[in-house]
Design a protein around this ligand. Structure first.
Ligand SMILES: [Fe+2]
Ligand SMILES: [Fe+2]
Length: 133
């Protein structure tokens, strides 16, 4: 499946979040083809992007009084701490650990998270009338 097609299929029809998800998918794809020399910097870029992406969703949840905030935020925190463990492996030169994470664990988690928790958030924002026209 092409990158554009993946991004389209994972759309939750709420642009501010879809934009972050497209960036996430782009970075994952770059990591997939990265050399060992380029891998650590890109891995860190994906980590930093993910911190901001989750922060943006957490703000939207708070602004819209999203009822499942603590579960959704808890899932974000859980993944970030897992991410940090792999970041420290990559920092020590264990690139293969990082490759395993971005090839299997992270994409599978992302697809499930977007299609459940993030899409529920987008639906809530729209039903609360908070989505931009
Ligand atoms: Fe998300
Ligand atoms: Fe999320």
């Amino acid at each position: 499946m092409s990158l554009t097609e993946t991004i389209r299929r994972l759309s939750i029809d709420y642009q501010p979040i879809d934009r972050d998800h497209a960036e996430f998918i782009n970075l994952l794809n770059q990591l997939d083809g990265a050399s060992n020399a380029d891998f650590p910097a890109l891995f860190q870029a994906l980590y930093l992007h993910t911190v901001e992406h989750f922060e943006q969703e957490n703000q939207l949840m708070q602004q819209s009084a999203f009822p499942a905030f603590s579960e959704h935020n808890g899932e974000h925190q859980r993944v970030l701490s897992e991410f940090k463990q792999f970041q420290s492996s990559v920092d020590k030169g264990m690139i293969a650990f990082g490759r395993g994470f971005i090839k299997q664990r992270l994409p599978a988690w992302f697809v499930l998270h977007v299609s459940t928790m993030d899409s529920a958030l987008a639906a809530h924002i729209k039903s609360a009338g908070l989505a931009p026209e």
